[in-house]
Design a protein around this ligand. Structure first.
Ligand code: ADP
Ligand code: MG
Length: 374
């Protein structure tokens, strides 16, 4: 029944607005974990240990050995738009760290119970703080909300409990714990491949052995073999690709290639990918742009096309691609949840990367033919 006249417009309550906004950023345990892992890496951690209950829905805990958070910053830590990574507008274009919006922890405090235990190298003890709706909250009834001293190692432990306890629609959109756990393992696996010098451990609470464990100070092919298996590990090829060198505009320019280093169109990519001997049913594609796990259906399609000429129909490769572009060339204003990215000179970059993979695959095939002949 349509209303006979216009209904009154009402202002939504602030808590509801924040909850809706948080749900836009945090979709499921795996997306919360991705933000938390990036924070650990930004903090310079070399060890990241993740513990989960119910696929991260009941409990998601992540412990790092990074720089820690200063006690004085704890009161505003979970407010929206508080960050240590961005202070001026021009910083936006030179950003080298993962997060830049100061929204992740704030969002989590609106849709879950958030607890932080942190210690910097110069602190004598660790500090524990609990958050609700962006603000410090008492750990228990009868206590004050301010951070409490406690025992703890250097670094930060973040605990997220009862994700979406107050957002039933988000909660009902989640799958089974085992499916959420599989998504989490996938995210951790990919970040572990991309950060071979960082040790990652992921386990279910109470389980004696981890489901994923990598050593610190390893190398990419070793981590790929460890996490994706020997059948991929033994067929890996490797190539690095970079933007074409610009010819100098003025021959009398004697500035020692300073212009080149500051070229916002320069980029570099590194790829590890399987040769024609490896034929899987499903494509495994890991794409990092400026160290952020992202998706690009255009890059994916282009690389799949390269393999169309190499693999039989229905067979797929493993591809890990890390692309570093000048932050000025990526649109950082896209919403953090939009994982599909776009950047300057996309077509040229994709073409050069595809060509390089193609050449490496072809030369490897040739050398194999050659080996058979001799
Ligand atoms: P952003 O990463 O965009 O700054 P977040 O909400 O993810 O926003 O984090 C807010 C701030 O909290 C960060 O800028 C950082 O100073 C601090 N922080 C969060 N996680 C950690 C961590 N694991 N170690 C050290 N500092 C952290
Ligand atoms: Mg962050």
């Amino acid at each position: 029944q349509p209303p006979s006249g216009p209904l009154p417009i009402r202002r939504l309550q602030e808590a509801l607005i924040n909850r809706i906004a948080a749900g836009e950023i945090i979709h499921r345990p795996a997306s919360a974990l991705k933000e938390l892992i990036e924070n650990c890496l930004d903090a310079g951690s070399t060890s990241i240990r993740i513990t989960l209950k119910d696929g991260g829905m009941k409990l998601l805990q992540i412990q790092d050995n990074g720089c820690g958070i200063r006690k004085n910053d704890l009161p505003i830590l979970a407010e929206r738009f508080t960050t240590s990574k961005l202070s001026t507008f021009s910083d936006l274009s030179h950003l080298t760290t993962y997060g830049f919006r100061g929204e992740a922890l704030a969002s989590m405090s609106h849709v879950a119970h958030l607890t932080v235990v942190t210690k910097t190298k110069t602190d004598n003890c660790a500090w524990k703080a609990c958050y609700m709706d962006g603000k410090l909250t008492p750990a228990k009834a009868g206590l004050t909300p301010d951070p409490k001293p406690c025992a703890g190692n250097d670094g930060t432990t973040i605990t997220i409990e009862d994700l979406f306890y107050n957002t039933p629609t988000r909660l009902s959109a989640l799958r089974s714990s085992s499916e959420e756990y599989a998504r989490i393992l996938d995210v951790v696996t990919k970040y572990a491949v991309h950060n071979p010098t960082v040790s990652f451990v992921c386990k279910k609470a109470g389980s004696p052995s981890p489901d994923l464990s990598t050593p610190s100070s390893s190398e990419t092919p070793q981590v790929i073999r460890l996490l994706y298996g020997h059948s991929i590990g033994k067929e890996l090829l490797h190539t690095t690709i970079s933007s074409p060198k610009k010819s100098r505009r003025h021959e009398d320019n004697d500035e020692d290639d300073g212009g080149e280093r500051d070229d916002p169109e320069s980029w570099i990519a590194e790829a590890h990918f399987t040769n024609a001997n490896y034929q899987a049913k499903k494509l495994v594609f890991l794409l990092f742009i400026n160290h952020r796990l992202v998706e690009s259906s255009r890059i994916k399609k282009a690389l799949e096309a390269v393999y169309n000429g190499v693999l039989p129909k229905g067979a797929s490769p493993f591809i890990y691609l890390s692309l570093l572009i000048d932050p000025r060339s990526v649109d950082v204003n896209v919403h953090p949840t939009k994982r599909e990215v776009h950047f300057l000179n996309e077509d040229d970059i994709i073409e050069r990367i595809s060509d390089s993979l193609q050449e490496t695959l072809a030369s490897q095939n040739q050398s194999r033919v050659f080996e058979y002949q001799t």
